[in-house]
Design a protein around this ligand. Structure first.
Ligand code: HGY
Ligand code: MN
Ligand code: MN
Length: 416
């Protein structure tokens, strides 16, 4: 977008100042953040960003699952929306989610300061519990916003710490009155760090994201027989810890066998009673299995199910599996993908098309309106890690692409 004869650009120092200020909330050793969904730290982060939204004169609403939508109510018709999340995993970085929300505010402030009044409202969403680390599924807030889960179902979700989602939402003061599903935007575009190594390895600054891979999360409970570690002969054991270890190795080997986009992760294992000299009675673990191809993802799930049946027989344990998350792969809107790509080219940024390995709120908004994403590189591909880093020049470049694409979408007079 040009004003007079100068290309409109965001204010980089102002964006960086907000990113660093938000990173102070729930700050942990090593420079990262711990703002698990609906904790006090999440509340504190929300309060900071809501205040920034109010400073910009946005209409701020909170819905029934705590999604916060700040709207610059200019122009007419459905809003062009951006946004992401500000909840983090326990060892989160400064940029995952936060960057997209704060870049959205920066886009609006840049337009306001330049005296530009878009033809459509511009909205920034902060979606609740995108990480799903405390309350599964991930992208819970945007899933409810898009009508993929009811408010009642969301409120009854019990977290890994036994807390009930609805109670925690009320406790932190973000149980809003606006009903879900939310208003359908004209279009949605999310700016996010890649969280993988591709852009950096390829020396490319901008990713125009084509879609998000399928996600399958399961909780696996393995029940055996607790016993004395010293007196129980190996052939008489019913050891869930051993079975959990075998399953962990199996899913790792499955990913190697399948190759391609297949990824499998055991990120959480709890043993009971979790004592040195006791053969465990129970092992509870989670499986995170993903692929861009739905048929292959189903094949992986079927192989895991068959392995668990055989493992239970062999080790004389009981294995119960519960689906925590199941999202099919999502393809983004060609028009938005093209816009991101040409906006990058117009600014002289290198750009490539790519799928997203991580889940994002955009994959839920894609159920409501034309959606897409903009990626910037993650240094060494690190994320969900306190050492998550993206160069400032890349962060600013990504926000400028968001500015251009949002203004382009806001100039569209047709309704989708
Ligand atoms: O799990 C994910 O991909 C995202 O970080 N919630
Ligand atoms: Mn994220
Ligand atoms: Mn994340």
């Amino acid at each position: 977008m040009r004003t007079a004869d100068k290309q409109l650009s965001i204010n980089g120092p102002r964006l960086m100042k907000r990113i660093m200020a938000l990173a102070e909330v729930g700050a942990i050793a090593g420079g990262g953040c711990n703002r698990l969904a609906l904790t006090d730290a999440d509340r504190d982060g929300r309060d900071v960003v809501v205040a920034w939204m109010q400073d910009l004169g946005l209409d701020v609403v909170v819905d029934a699952v705590g999604n916060i939508i700040g709207t610059w109510a200019v122009g007419e018709g459905p809003a062009v929306m951006t946004g992401s999340h500000i909840d983090t995993v326990r060892t989160g970085g400064k940029y995952d989610g936060n960057y997209g929300v704060l870049a959205g505010l920066e886009v609006i402030e840049t337009c306001q300061q330049a005296g530009i009044v878009p033809q459509r409202p511009l909205a920034v969403g902060i979606f609740t519990d995108e990480e799903g680390a405390r309350f599964a599924p991930d992208m819970l807030g945007s899933l409810v916003y898009a009508g993929g889960m009811t408010t009642e179902q969301a409120h009854d979700v019990v977290g890994i710490d036994g807390a009930r989602f609805g109670d925690e939402l009320a406790r932190i003061g973000y149980l809003g009155s606006v009903p879900c599903p939310g208003a359908s935007p004209h279009a949605f575009v999310e700016l996010h760090i890649e969280q993988g190594p591709l852009l950096e390895v390829n020396g490319v600054r901008i990713g125009s994201v084509t879609g998000v891979q399928g996600i399958s999360w399961q909780e696996v409970v393995i029940d055996g027989q607790s016993n004395h570690a010293g007196t129980t002969p190996m052939h008489l054991r019913k050891d869930p810890a051993y079975a959990a270890a075998e399953l962990t190795v199996f899913v790792r080997q499955l990913a190697s066998r399948f190759g391609g986009d297949q990824v499998c992760t055991v990120g959480k294992i709890d043993l009971h009673p979790n004592l040195t000299n006791v053969v465990a009675s129970r092992a509870t673990l989670t499986l995170d299995v993903r692929n861009t191809n739905e048929a292959i993802l189903q094949k992986a799930e079927a192989e895991i199910a068959a392995f668990c049946t055989a493992l239970a027989m062999r080790e004389q344990v009981t294995i119960t599996r519960r689906v925590l998350v199941r999202f099919e792969p999502v393809i983004f809107d060609d028009r938005v993908i093209d816009m991101v790509e040409s906006a990058a080219r117009d600014r002289g940024d290198s750009v490539q098309r790519m799928a997203s390995g991580a889940g994002h709120d955009a994959q839920m908004l894609a159920r409501m309106c034309p959606s897409g994403m903009i990626f910037v590189p993650s240094h060494k591909g690190l994320s969900h890690n306190v050492n998550e880093h993206t160069d400032e020049a890349d962060l600013i470049a990504g926000a400028n692409i968001l500015l251009d694409v949002m203004l382009q979408l806001s100039a569209e007079t047709f309704t989708v």
